[in-house]
Design a protein around this ligand. Structure first.
Ligand code: NDP
Length: 275
């Protein structure tokens, strides 16, 4: 078999973080991110702990607000008015009974560092990426670092509002000019579609989902999935794919860049709110 070519996501994350630190230093105040959480979900708690660590490393203030379902919207309203808060992150999953669209609409647009507010998602359709969803942006950054996207056939497997759909719009943007296909659980002949693609992005959430025979030799494969199987983390891409394609690793791949971009958005929000 050929030699394995991993796509280096660490250095992309590192350069974003270096940029963030520099820009934090240029501000006359310390930017602040607040994460609002409404459940006791253990994986959310562990994610928030890693956010906290990263914030400390980057010189950004960080606070977690635990709130009840009944107080969720009023908490967001208070954060909208709080001048010391530059970014607001809403942890998923939301508590049962809360409507995602209502909650995310209450995230102040100019502090919406995750790009979940429908207004920010709408801007994407106009090619405006003030606060694009971090994971979709991370995938774009990886692709731009390894290839010319223009004219390429890109297949995205997964159509979530956080990953697949915004990513499709971002890759279609004038100037990026990919030819985009979006697949999902009702797609027929998925393997044929992915095999005909120069680039395959998998955001499904199932370990070993993308098999070697679904990928063209020499293709670029971006693994967005995060799965916990037999005590360790893995993506959606089966390991045999690495023998014929360039693949992003999990862990240490897209997820790292996603987190770095979240903080880049916090700094961006702080710079804009200062102005
Ligand atoms: P969702 O569960 O919202 O979406 C999964 C998508 O996969 C759906 O569109 C679904 O189709 C599709 N799908 C499921 N089964 C199949 C199948 N057999 N064939 C084709 N398509 C299928 O997940 P998310 O988009 O939120 O996340 C996807 C993965 O990415 C998860 O593992 C998540 O943990 C990870 N993730 C990683 C991030 C990062 O920073 N690296 C950030 C966010 C998520 P349908 O719509 O028809 O149901």
């Amino acid at each position: 078999g050929g030699s394995i070519v991993w796509i280096d996501c660490k250095s992309i994350a590192k350069s974003i973080e270096e940029d963030v630190r520099k820009r934090v230093d240029l501000l006359s105040f310390t930017p602040k991110l607040v994460s609002v959480v409404g459940t006791d979900d253990p994986s959310t708690a562990s994610y928030l702990r890693s956010q906290k660590k990263k914030a400390e490393k980057l010189g950004i203030d960080f606070e977690i607000i635990k709130t009840s379902p009944g107080d969720f919207l009023s908490t967001l309203e208070k954060l909208a008015e709080d001048k010391n808060v530059n970014g607001v992150f809403v942890a998923r999953p939301l508590p049962e009974g809360l409507d995602e669209k209502r909650v995310f609409s209450a995230v102040p647009v100019e502090k919406d560092v995750e790009g979940v507010n429908p207004e920010n998602l709408g801007f994407l359709l106009y090619g405006e990426e003030t606060f694009p969803p971090c994971t979709a942006e991370a995938v774009v950054k990886v692709l731009e670092s390894v290839t010319e996207i223009s004219g390429k056939k890109v297949t995205i497997v997964g159509r979530s509002v956080t990953v697949g759909k915004p990513l499709a719009i971002m890759l279609l943007k004038k100037g990026r000019d990919a030819t985009v296909t979006v697949c999902h659980s009702r797609t027929q002949n998925l393997g044929e579609i992915t095999r005909a693609s120069d680039i395959v992005v998998v955001a499904v959430g199932k370990a070993h989902f993308l098999k070697r025979d679904m990928v063209k030799e020499g293709a670029i494969v971006i693994d967005v999935g995060i799965n916990y199987v037999d005590g360790k983390w893995c993506g959606d891409v089966d390991s045999a794919v690495e023998e014929i394609a360039q693949v992003t690793p999990v862990p240490g791949g897209v997820g790292q860049i996603t987190t770095a971009l979240l903080f880049e958005h916090v700094v961006r929000a702080a710079e804009r709110q200062k102005a």
